[in-house]
Ligand binder design. Structure first.
Ligand SMILES: [Ca+2]
Ligand SMILES: [Ca+2]
Ligand SMILES: [Ca+2]
Ligand SMILES: [Ca+2]
Length: 269
């Protein structure tokens, strides 16, 4: 029993030693191979940058747009080159690719697009490069043109005479008629002005003030067609009183417009 026990113990001890040696060898072997792997990767791998062309922007016509690519980054902290293509629908360098043009360079750039007639959106493409690898990003620049307010054009005529109606209409009046208007617009949007021949302003107020048709008012707005709107067939009646002399001019203004949308001289002929 004892003779058999000794070789068995030796075998076990030997086996354990061998296993320890193998484990230690494997540990060092694997560690050194990892280190070699890492070193190898550091040498050959340049990571590409990530481009960030910034937020989409809405600007007014004629406003300068500021483009910033400073949120772009490179994992290796390489210096980056920034190339901006300001309009992907235009091929500035004539290579038949619309979004690869070098219209501007730099991390922060400014640009003024032409003033458009209607709202327009440009797709801007930023390409950032670390000299070897690159990335692209796009941002949308919208130049918003507000809906144009188109004022009506109003044709006025003036005749002089009596008006059908109550007692004060028996006095002669300047009868101003809206002969035509390019659009029916709310009376609240208008002001009127009466200036005498020396350009002194006799009246300047909102048209709605004279809409209330009381007989004794000097000036009345007769809202005959399309109630509440300045429309063809409506009349402005001006009683022939001394403070509004012949040769004065009646002017209609729409909203805050500087130019009158209609005017007529007061004439008795
Ligand atoms: Ca890099
Ligand atoms: Ca382009
Ligand atoms: Ca191109
Ligand atoms: Ca009307």
């Amino acid at each position: 029993m004892a003779g058999k026990g000794i070789p068995l113990r030796n075998i076990i001890i030997t086996a354990v030693i061998v296993m320890i040696v193998i484990a230690i060898g494997y540990y060092f072997l694997s560690r050194s191979s990892d280190e070699n792997g890492d070193q190898k990767e550091d040498i050959v791998t340049n990571h590409p940058p990530t481009a960030d062309a910034g937020f989409d922007q809405v600007i007014a016509p004629g406003e300068e747009v500021r483009l910033s690519g400073t949120s772009s980054f490179d994992p290796d902290d390489d210096d980056l080159i920034f190339r901006w293509d300001l309009d992907d629908s235009v091929d500035s360098d004539l290579d038949e690719i619309g979004d690869n043009d070098v219209d501007l360079m730099g991390d922060n750039v400014t640009w003024s697009y032409p003033i458009p007639e209607n709202t327009i959106t440009y797709r801007v493409t930023l390409t950032v490069s670390d000299g070897e690898k690159w990335d692209k990003d796009t941002t949308l620049i919208t130049i918003r043109v507000e809906d144009n307010i188109i004022p009506p054009e109003i044709t006025l005529t003036c005749r002089y005479g009596n008006v059908e109606g109550g007692p004060s209409y028996l006095d002669p009046h300047y009868i101003i008629t809206i002969e035509s208007t390019t659009s029916n617009e709310n009376i609240l949007n208008f002001t009127y002005m009466i200036v005498d021949p020396e350009d002194n302003v006799l009246y300047h107020e909102e048209l709605r003030i004279i809409l209330i048709n009381t007989y004794n008012n000097t000036i009345r707005y007769r809202d005959i067609t399309s109630m509440g709107m300045v429309s063809q067939g409506d009349m402005i009646l001006i009683r022939d009183v001394p403070e509004i002399p012949e040769g004065s001019t009646v002017l209609l203004y729409y909203l805050d417009g500087l130019d009158p949308v209609g005017e007529v001289d007061l004439s008795r002929t």
